[in-house]
Design a protein. Structure first.
Lengths: 303, 329
């Protein structure tokens, strides 16, 4: 592992599909040991980014390194450090669960057989069952077990909980957190279920229309935003100058304004409270503003 | 990794082995049946000592009554075996998107493809070798004759194994490029047939220097001697057509001589007098030339043709490696 390198570094990374950009101008520095949530609507470029990280797709522009290695030039160094869960969950449906685990053992030198078998036993998945006959939830659990038993320093999970019922979702996240907590594993997971992420992640990247809207520490992100509720549009002009308006929404006479500020807001015209992560994410997805690692970037002003 | 290559292809490999075993059983039953039939027949005709006649007749039977259907089966097996095991090797992993699993474990794509190609390639070679052994037994009697003749040449020796390996690598490479198993089979089978035809008809005759015999009138080449490539009447002293002429340039003259050598012996009958034909041809200063590949060139031709198929096969394997290395899935 290249010494001191970030888990993931991208510079001006872009991927073009014909005339359409799947991801554009993506610059990120994700430190090691963080649990990073990648959020954004469908088509925002989440899978495009993750597939480039693991080398299944090649960038059209820019560059990226994983632990200091390029997935294109040093594929062997990259893939053995990543446990990857594909969004579409492809599988060898004709293989039995025990055979899938053997496959993991044969193809990964660091394979933790005990962990794999323990997980499968805990989840009461029969070893003799063929993959195609398992439920969607069980298939996801086996796929996740494959990722974890590889014991990689980084997990790249594309929509790990999509299409799962709440119980299976809870189980899967439990499996993930239970394994990575003591290992210091870097996790990069994408999701559009924002409510699940708050308890799990400590870093968030919001993708919007193929570009990075936000990349920030989760606590810092929540702590630096305020939701203002008021009824007088004129009061917007009296806010401190260091305040950035991210998004406004009006319902009848009530106006909700999400702002980013490092200062306290004491204006009696506003009812001030801390927003939820979901409110912040939705505000960024609706607006045109952009912040990357705490540095606000104005782009077309508030909308 | 070998276990993985075996497990993913297991169904296909077992089906191919079963198919070859089925053909072996069928050929054995059929071959022994004919053998028994002939010795029985000869016993009745020559009760005083059948064995010598039996082997002679069995040889003649095989040479003259060789069932072309068996040849077609023997032709088809290396190609079908190779293409049907090669096509899904890579294409199926794209079809089912399972390449995304295989390529995100700890082994490189090159090792993944290399192991699969080597393991399944060896199985294809072994199965084809089994079919060759069968064909060698089946053509056992004919082997007294010239196996350099195209039909037995194509099903004996080393060449069929190289056809099998070539078909396999062709299927694998096309699969890596086309990414669909069905299309790969659809394209690979005609391509394989074309390659075989090209080598057999256009390349093989020139792989070794040819031999010629000349005689005053038309004669045959003993079927033990070799594979006839060209025959014709040429000016004496020439063993191949001079520039601007072909093997049939003097055919008209020769035909006239032959026609004139049939003399009338009654109102409606004529009798051929070979001496007249010979005199006529000598008068025109023509002789009959046969150009052929002798039986003694059998192994040279086998080795050279196999080498061509294997070299092209390895080039195809290189294409498969390139396609897989660059592939986005």
């Amino acid at each position: 592992m290249a010494k001191g390198a970030d888990a993931l570094e991208t510079t001006g990374l872009g991927k073009r599909y014909g005339r359409v950009w799947g991801l554009q101008d993506c610059t990120l520095h994700l430190p090691r040991g963080r649990i990073v949530a990648l959020v954004g609507p469908n088509g925002a470029g989440k899978s495009t980014l993750l597939r480039m990280v693991v080398g299944l797709s090649t960038p059209s522009t820019g560059a990226l390194t994983v632990f200091g290695y390029s997935p294109q030039q040093k594929a062997a160094e990259v893939i053995r450090r990543i446990g990857y869960l594909d969004q579409e969950r492809p599988q060898y449906g004709f293989l039995r669960v025990e055979e899938i685990l053997r496959l993991g053992k044969e193809l990964n030198p660091g394979w933790d057989k005990a962990l794999a078998h323990r997980h499968v036993a805990e989840l009461e998945i029969p070893l003799r069952a063929r993959m195609a006959t398992l439920s969607v939830g069980q298939q996801a659990q086996v796929a996740m077990t494959m990722c974890l038993a590889k014991r990689p320093p980084m997990l790249v999970l594309d929509e790990p909980v999509a299409a799962l019922d709440p119980l299976a979702r809870h189980q899967l996240m439990g499996l993930l957190l239970g394994t990575v907590a003591e290992e210091g594993t870097t996790v990069l997971l994408s999701s559009h279920v924002i409510s699940d992420l708050e308890a799990v992640c400590d870093y968030i990247v919001i993708l919007r229309r193929s570009t990075v809207a936000v990349a920030d520490d989760l606590d810092h992100l929540v702590g630096s935003h305020r939701l203002l509720v008021g009824s007088d549009p004129e009061a917007l002009s009296t806010l401190p100058s260091s305040t950035h308006i991210i998004a406004t929404a009006t319902t009848g006479r009530q106006m909700d304004v999400l702002v980013r500020t490092e200062e306290r807001i004491d204006d009696p015209g506003w009812d001030v409270r801390e927003p939820t992560l979901e409110e912040i994410v939705l505000a960024y997805l609706r607006s045109g503003s952009q912040i990357v690692s705490g540095r606000p970037i104005e782009r077309g002003g508030p909308s | 990794m070998i276990w993985f290559a075996w497990r993913v292809q297991r169904l296909y490999l077992l089906a191919a082995t079963a198919a070859v075993a089925g053909i072996a059983i069928w050929f054995t039953i059929e071959g022994r049946h004919e053998e028994a039939m002939w010795s029985c027949l000869l016993d009745r005709i020559h009760p005083q000592g059948p064995s010598l006649y039996c082997s002679a007749a069995w040889t003649a039977y095989n040479f003259t009554h060789w069932n072309p259907f068996f040849y077609w089966v023997l032709y088809a097996v290396p190609g079908l075996l190779g293409v049907l095991l090669g096509a899904p090797l890579v294409a199926r992993e794209f079809d089912h998107k399972t390449a995304r699993i295989a390529w995100t474990q700890s082994v490189t794509r090159a090792r993944w493809l290399g192991t699969k190609l080597l393991f399944v390639g060896v199985v294809v070679a072994a199965l084809t070798a089994g079919v060759v052994a069968l064909a060698e037994w089946w053509t056992g009697a004919v082997r007294a004759g010239a196996t350099v003749l195209p039909d037995p040449f194509d099903v004996t020796g080393l060449a069929p194994i190289s056809y099998g390996v070539f078909a396999f690598l062709l299927g694998a490479a096309l699969g890596a490029v086309l990414r669909r198993t069905g299309w790969t089979v659809f394209v690979a089978i005609p391509l394989f047939g074309l390659s075989r035809a090209l080598l057999r008809f256009a390349v093989r005759p020139h792989l070794a220097s040819t031999m010629t015999t000349a005689s005053p009138t038309m004669t045959g080449l003993g079927w033990k001697q070799g594979w006839v490539l060209n025959t014709g009447y040429l000016p004496m002293g020439q063993l191949s057509p001079p520039t601007g002429k072909t093997w049939s340039s003097w055919a008209d003259v020769a035909q006239t001589c032959l026609f004139r050598s049939f003399v009338p012996i009654g109102p409606n009958s004529r009798m051929g007098v070979p001496a007249l034909d010979r005199l006529c041809l000598t008068a025109h200063r023509l002789h009959y030339v046969i150009q052929f590949q002798p039986q003694s060139h059998y192994w040279q031709l086998q080795v050279e043709e196999s080498a061509i198929f294997l070299v092209v096969g390895f080039a195809l394997a290189a294409i498969a490696f390139l396609a897989v290395r660059k592939r986005t899935v």
